[in-house]
Write a protein that binds this ligand. Structure first.
Ligand code: ATP
Ligand code: LTN
Length: 331
């Protein structure tokens, strides 16, 4: 059975981009594979964050996972910091990714560019090492992510191949990424040339926004010159983004979405996009609210930590042995 693993950082309020690019699809794998979905809280510490914010966001994310249809009987849902093997494998793997390759990571370049050099933590630089450990610990075959994370899965593959070459071909499993054909990069509604991002919220739709706010944001989204509803990323980035949102929510192709809107004016088009988003988000939000109120996510996370630790420790021990660390409980 294939192993599928992915995670989201509890860095802020989840956006429609996170939902369409990642969250919405996690449940699709749970009937055919062994699914591990976690909350990357250690990664959230790589940029300054308030203790209360990370704590609240972690609870939110757990509730969002459950509200999205992930079934804790089928999928293992857990918090990264509750499985100590992540940090332990990190201490080993940090020696096999190099300064040069880490400094070429787009995410590091983008995030560090906005900061004063003296405030850039080592964790931000070493981010891909921990992410690689997240993936390798579960022998994951498939990692579903949005477009911005492809590079991090690629560096994980490089690391895995390097380890297998040096210590034997079955030391770790080399993972593959999986990116959706439609919706892998949802753009900001106020500036469709930049990614919708929870830590840089401009023109974001948040999963917790009241429905009247969602409608208002979509109705006032930046559109483009002309009047035709056509997918043309270069000349019509705003319309293309809204078409992408619609197609992803309706689970249809961009071509079918375009065909649906032939002859529409921008205003009517936006109204229908808003209707589609609201029809999806409203029941989702109700499920989320119930889970937050009854705190059922806590038992799920506890059980998840146990199940995940068992599996992660097997890999950790295999790697420790391969690199030559003495098992003091062994012979
Ligand atoms: P941050 O702003 O803190 O970096 P983020 O909003 O980019 O956060 P992540 O936690 O990095 O969110 O990402 C969670 C998942 O959502 C990842 O798989 C990522 O690829 C996906 N994702 C994030 N933003 C978008 C987007 N605008 N469109 C599609 N997928 C996205
Ligand atoms: N870097 C990812 C979050 C993340 C992740 C992972 C995703 C941390 N570890 C392992 C997939 C697999 C992000 O920013 N979305």
């Amino acid at each position: 059975m294939e192993r599928i693993l992915s995670g989201i950082k509890p860095t802020g309020n989840l956006t429609l981009g996170n939902y369409i690019g990642a969250l919405k699809h996690f449940k699709d794998f749970q009937d055919s594979g062994e699914v591990f979905i976690f909350i990357a809280d250690l990664h959230a510490l790589t940029l300054p964050i308030d203790p209360k914010a990370i704590n609240d966001n972690t609870r939110d994310l757990a509730a969002f996972y459950l509200a999205s249809g992930l079934d804790p009987k089928k999928a293992t849902i857990f918090v990264q910091s509750s499985v100590s093997a992540h940090a332990e494998l990190n201490a080993i793997m940090q020696n096999y990714l190099y300064m040069g390759e880490l400094s070429r990571m787009t995410q590091f370049k983008e995030k560090s560019a906005k900061m004063n050099d003296s405030a850039i933590g080592l964790g931000l630089f070493a981010y891909p090492v921990l992410m690689a450990c997240d993936i390798l610990l579960y022998d994951a075959d498939i990692v579903p992510v949005g477009e911005d994370q492809i590079q991090h899965v690629e560096i994980t593959r490089d690391l895995a191949n390097r380890i297998n070459k040096r210590y034997g071909k079955d030391t770790v499993v080399v993972p593959n990424y999986r990116v959706n054909k439609v919706g892998a990069r949802i753009m900001s509604l106020s500036d469709p040339t930049v990614k919708m991002s929870k830590s840089d919220p401009k023109g974001d739709i948040f999963l917790k926004d009241p429905m009247n706010v969602v409608r208002k944001k979509i109705m006032s989204a930046v559109t483009d010159l002309g009047s035709e509803v056509k997918f043309d990323k270069e000349n019509k980035p705003g319309i293309s983004n809204l078409l992408t949102i619609y197609a992803s929510i309706k689970e249809i192709s961009i071509e079918d979405a375009e065909a649906h809107f032939v002859g529409y004016r921008y205003g009517d088009f936006k109204r229908e996009v808003a209707d589609a988003v609201i029809a999806e988000l409203e029941p989702f939000q109700q499920r989320y609210q119930q889970i937050i109120n009854d705190k059922s996510y806590l038992a799920v996370l506890r059980e998840g930590a146990e199940r995940a630790s068992k599996i992660a420790n097997v890999t950790l021990n295999r790697v420790k042995k391969a690199v030559g660390l003495l098992d003091v409980y062994g012979e």
